[in-house]
Design a protein around this ligand. Structure first.
Ligand SMILES: Cc1cc2nc3c(=O)[nH]c(=O)nc-3n(C[C@H](O)[C@H](O)[C@H](O)COP(=O)(O)O)c2cc1C
Length: 207
């Protein structure tokens, strides 16, 4: 098997040709693991989709942790944000990212558990950098209409006006399916992996 040369060579060991479904799973899990610590990876900031009364709602999020054994992805957000209201009504979510240098798209479909003021939130808060914690000290709810766009610029808002931890929320996304797409002129590869009651099944798809 020839090793692919790309900007992440050295950190990732991805095949040039996909002939075995296990290779697609291994590559996807390598990419997601790397993305948690590699800020240059385009999978570090995937899109998280939720539902808003029949409409799709999407946004970029930082991928904080990936647990391949339990198929969990951890995101951080503000408990007052609109996505939390949506997730309280419908816990289904999807995550997507694509890196043209790898020629790989990953699509994940699953369910979300919210954590607020519990042990999981506490340990994630303690591990967060001061800079990341700062946004949770903002006095108003994200998405609230304001007249002055500068009102929440860092030097002017009052960090002491609220308790950041109170606003901190951990989103734990567990995927039940993962679709892997590799675009290559000589032959695209598309594979679906499903986990039903922890039983793993995989199949190739027409790209
Ligand atoms: C590069 C980048 C990274 C982001 N990371 C996060 C994040 O980790 N958590 C978060 O809540 N919002 C993050 N955002 C902001 C979201 O995309 C979104 O604007 C915000 O969460 C409000 O979404 P909502 O109104 O649907 O709740 C990020 C945006 C960008 C551009």
């Amino acid at each position: 098997m020839t090793e692919k040369k790309h900007k992440d060579a050295g950190r990732l060991s991805l095949p040039d040709k996909y002939l075995d479904l296990d290779q697609t799973l291994d590559s996807a899990f390598q990419i997601l693991s790397d993305a948690t610590k590699n800020r240059r990876s385009l999978f570090h900031t995937p899109t998280l989709s939720t539902f808003d009364e029949g409409r799709v709602s999407i946004r970029t999020m930082v991928l904080r942790e990936f647990d391949p054994d339990r198929r969990l992805i951890r995101f951080h957000t503000d408990f007052r944000s609109i996505k939390i209201q949506q997730l309280k009504k419908d816990s289904h979510g999807a995550v997507h990212a694509y890196d043209p240098s790898l020629k790989i798209q990953i699509r994940l479909d699953g369910k979300i558990n919210l954590h607020h003021k519990d042990e999981i939130t506490k340990s994630s808060w303690e591990l967060s950098k001061e800079m990341s914690k700062e946004c949770y000290f903002v006095g108003g709810s994200p998405g609230t209409r304001i007249d002055d766009p500068t009102k929440y610029d860092p030097p002017t808002f009052n960090f002491e006006s609220c308790n950041g931890f109170e606003n901190f929320c951990v989103i734990v996304f567990q995927f039940e399916s993962m679709e892997f797409l590799y675009l290559k002129k000589s032959g695209h590869r598309r594979a679906i992996h499903n986990w039903t009651a922890a039983k793993h099944q995989a199949s190739w798809l027409i790209p």
